[in-house]
Write a protein that binds this ligand. Structure first.
Ligand code: SAH
Ligand code: SF4
Length: 345
C-alpha cells in the first residue's frame, strides 16, 4: 500500500485521522508541532513518531544543485522521488527573503516569451511536493545564511497554479495554517497567466494575486499568452476584480517589457483605461531573453520612459530592477548556468 505523505493533510484531514485512530481531538496542535516544528511534547505518547511512520511517508525532495549569484540570490534544482526536477529560487529582498516556487513540472500554457512554456507540461506537482520545495529551501537558508524565519512565497516558478488548483489550494491551506507552516496571507503571492477554469473569487484563500498581463490588447496578448483565446483579458480582469482584498492590498499586474512591441503610447493609454481607479499595481518586468527567443529586452531609457507614461495615466508602477528581481523574472526558465557564480553542491 502506498502511504499518504505527511505534508498532504490539511487541518480537517488531520482531525479525521485522529478521530479514526481514537486520539483525542485535543492533541491536534501537538501532532502538528511534531510534524512541522519537530517538537515532541509529553502530550503525545513516546512511541508516537514510530506510529506516525507506519501511516505516512515523510521523505522530502532533494536539492540536487544550488547556484548562488553575487547578491546571494540562490537558484535550486529540486528533485522529486520519480526523478522529475523543478527549479525554485530564494531571493534576498532585504529582510524579507522570498522563495519562488513551482506549481508544476513544466507548463502547458505555451507562452511565447517563456522558456518553461517551450518545454510543455511534464506533470502536476502534488501538495507535498510544493510544501517540500519550500521546506528544503527554507532549511537551506536557515543553515547557510543563518536567517531564522519563514520566507515569503511567490508562485512564479514553473507552471500555471490554477492549472493545478486542487493541489496548490491544498498546499496553500498548509502554508497558511498557524500550526503548520504558519505564513500570513500577505506573505504569499500567486501569479496566473489567466487560466480561469473553475475560478471562483468567493472561495479563494486570502493571499495576494498577480496577473501576467503583458498587453492591454486582446490579439497581441493572445500572441504572447495563447490561453487568452479561451479566457480573454477582459473577462480575466473582471474575475480578478471580484476577489475581496484586505486593506492596502492590491492586484499586481505583471507587464513584460518587450522592445518595439508593447511599450508604445497606445499601450500606455489602453493600460490607463483598463486599470486606473482600480486597486492595482503594475510591475514592469524587462524581458529576459533565452536562446531561440524572438523578443528583445528594452534599454534602461526605454523602460524609464514607458514607466513615466504609465504614471501619467495615474497608475501605480514598479520596475523589477534589482538583480534578485531579474532572476525572479527569469524564474521558471531553468537557465541555471546563465547567472551562476558559485556552485554549492
Ligand atoms: N504561470 C504563471 C506564474 C509563473 S511565470 C504566470 O504566467 O503568471 C512568472 C512570471 O515570469 C510571469 O509574470 C511571467 O510572465 C514571467 N516570465 C516568464 N518568462 C519570462 C521572460 N523570459 N522574461 C521575463 N519574465 C518572464
Ligand atoms: Fe506557463 Fe507562466 Fe511560462 Fe506562461 S509564463 S508558459 S503560464 S510558466
Amino acid at each position: 500500500m502506498v502511504k499518504q505523505h505527511i505534508h498532504s493533510l490539511d487541518a480537517q484531514a488531520w482531525a479525521e485521522w485522529l478521530h479514526q485512530e481514537q486520539f483525542s481531538p485535543k492533541v491536534l496542535n501537538f501532532v502538528l508541532d511534531f510534524v512541522y516544528q519537530k517538537k515532541l511534547t509529553a502530550n503525545l505518547p513516546s512511541q508516537f513518531p514510530k506510529f506516525l511512520k507506519d501511516f505516512f511517508s515523510d521523505n522530502t525532495p532533494v536539492i540536487s544543485e544550488v547556484h548562488v549569484s553575487e547578491d546571494s540570490t540562490a537558484k535550486f534544482l529540486i528533485q522529486f522521488e520519480d526523478g522529475v526536477q523543478v527549479e525554485s529560487v530564494l531571493i534576498p529582498f532585504n529582510k524579507k527573503p522570498t522563495i519562488c516556487l513551482s506549481s508544476q513540472a513544466g507548463c502547458a500554457m505555451n507562452c511565447s516569451f517563456c522558456y518553461t512554456g517551450t518545454q510543455g507540461l511534464k506533470r502536476n506537482l502534488r501538495a507535498e511536493e510544493i510544501i517540500g520545495q519550500y521546506l528544503v529551501v527554507r532549511d537551506w537558508m536557515r543553515e547557510n545564511q543563518k536567517i531564522d524565519l519563514n520566507p515569503n512565497i511567490v508562485f512564479m516558478g514553473q507552471g500555471e497554479p490554477f492549472h493545478n488548483w486542487q493541489e496548490v489550494n491544498l498546499a496553500l491551506s498548509i502554508f497558511l495554517h498557524k500550526k503548520m507552516v504558519g505564513l500570513g496571507p500577505r506573505q504569499i503571492t500567486l501569479s496566473t497567466s489567466g487560466f480561469m477554469e473553475g475560478f471562483d473569487a468567493k472561495v479563494l484563500p486570502p493571499i495576494n494575486y498577480a496577473l501576467s498581463l503583458h498587453s492591454p490588447f486582446e490579439s497581441q496578448r493572445e500572441e504572447l499568452i495563447p490561453i487568452n483565446k479561451k479566457y480573454p483579458l477582459k473577462s480575466v480582469i473582471g474575475n480578478l476584480q471580484k476577489i475581496e482584498l484586505l486593506p492596502r492590498q492590491f492586484i499586481t499586474y505583471e507587464y513584460l517589457l518587450i522592445r518595439d512591441f508593447n511599450m508604445s503610447d497606445e499601450h500606455a493609454l489602453a493600460l490607463g483605461e483598463l486599470l486606473s481607479g482600480t486597486k492595482s499595481i503594475i510591475n514592469l518586468i524587462p524581458f529576459n531573453p533565452f536562446p531561440g527567443s524572438r523578443w528583445e529586452r528594452p534599454s534602461k531609457e526605454e523602460i524609464d520612459l514607458f514607466k513615466e507614461k504609465l504614471v501619467e495615466q495615474k497608475l501605480r508602477v514598479m520596475i523589477r530592477t534589482t538583480k534578485g528581481d531579474d532572476i525572479l523574472a527569469a524564474c521558471g526558465q531553468l537557465k541555471v548556468n546563465k547567472f551562476s557564480r558559485k556552485k554549492y553542491v
